[in-house]
Design a protein around this ligand. Structure first.
Ligand code: GLN
Length: 318
């Protein structure tokens, strides 16, 4: 049965994937979108809410996109996967002494579990966890912002990827929950550096701008056992890659991670800029962008698109 589904997908990849992307894109573009853009990052409300793009990249070097797939947007929490990857690559298993690997079942910006958990965030993808990862990176990098960006550019083979200082500043002016989270974790002893420096680094990593095309190509390393495609270059070991994918599967959508597994069935990560990246190990990475978010902070149309895509192509991991 598994073999039949894989063969099925290989066929689709060669013959029909572009057509399927186009058909689903047309269907979903016109559905009523009850979502909202996040007002706590004022700059994000200036983005055209009707933007919609999709791009798939496969490990066999097939690439196809529809709509606004070449336009850059704020990747926000999708960057948490890249921050985790760099920290994991540099420091190995000891990062798990300061961060858990369990789904939180709470919103991405929640403070409620931290006190009971003594400042150890449940996982690296909620904001609390990404702040601790930021702290780990600041402790081990000489020029954290420059070196993190260099890591992303290198993994993407794209020297033009950059932070948006406008978006980072915008979040700094209104990101009061993150300020609270960072100071609270500091008080509980799990942030070692100056909270202002940690927040500045965190707001910058969230402000990185990339297109769906760039994202799906970059995230292929997670579909390729941690190796950059077409190069013998390791971003993560195969075991680290397996674990990052497992975390995306169980924690990538906060208190909607179960729903994403249930409907889409792929490891993935969302961002409040409206982007979602999803990875099928050993097959492909697909990125979707539509700025209006559902109440859990995940792109409404992005979720719909990916559900329709994995259903139609029989290409979820389940
Ligand atoms: N920068 C955003 C925040 O900290 C990222 C959240 C997200 O994309 N889910 O709130």
């Amino acid at each position: 049965m598994i073999l039949v589904l894989l063969l099925d997908f290989n066929n689709l990849r060669k013959v029909d994937t572009s057509k399927i992307l186009m058909e689903l894109f047309k269907d979903i573009k016109n559905i009523d979108d009850p979502g909202k853009q996040p007002s706590y990052i004022p700059e994000l409300t200036h983005v055209d809410p009707n933007k919609f793009g999709v791009h798939i990249s496969t490990i066999e070097n097939f690439h196809s996109g529809v709509g606004d797939f070449q336009e850059r947007f704020s990747i926000q929490s999708i960057a948490k996967v890249l921050a985790l990857s760099l920290a994991y690559r540099m420091q190995g298993e000891k990062i798990w002494e300061r961060i858990g690997v369990e789904p939180s079942g709470t919103p991405f910006n929640s403070l409620v579990q931290l006190e009971a958990d003594k400042g150890i965030p449940r996982n690296p993808f909620i904001n609390a966890g990404a702040l601790v990862i930021s702290d780990l990176l600041i402790s081990s990098l000489k020029n954290p912002k420059e070196e993190f960006l260099a890591f992303v550019r290198d993994a993407a083979n794209n020297p033009t990827i950059d932070y948006s200082s406008k978006i980072a500043e915008s979040e700094k002016t209104a990101g009061f929950r993150n300020v609270a989270l960072c100071n609270f974790i500091k008080a509980l002893g799990n942030i070692q550096n100056d909270p202002n420096e940690v927040l500045d680094f965190y707001f910058h990593l969230c402000s990185i701008e990339m297109s769906c095309e760039e994202l799906s190509q970059l995230f292929l390393f997670l579909a390729n056992n941690g190796m950059k495609l077409n190069e013998e270059k390791e971003v993560l070991t195969a075991n680290q890659c397996k674990r990052v994918n497992a975390l995306m599967q169980t924690c990538g959508f906060y208190d909607e991670s179960g729903e994403f597994a249930f409907k889409v069935g792929l490891p993935g990560k969302s961002g409040v800029g409206g982007g979602i990246i999803a990875v099928h190990p050993n097959q492909y990475a697909i990125a979707v962008w539509s700025p209006k978010l559902n109440p859990k902070g995940n792109s409404f149309k992005g979720m719909q698109f990916l559900e329709a895509f994995t259903t139609k192509t029989h290409s979820s991991i389940f």
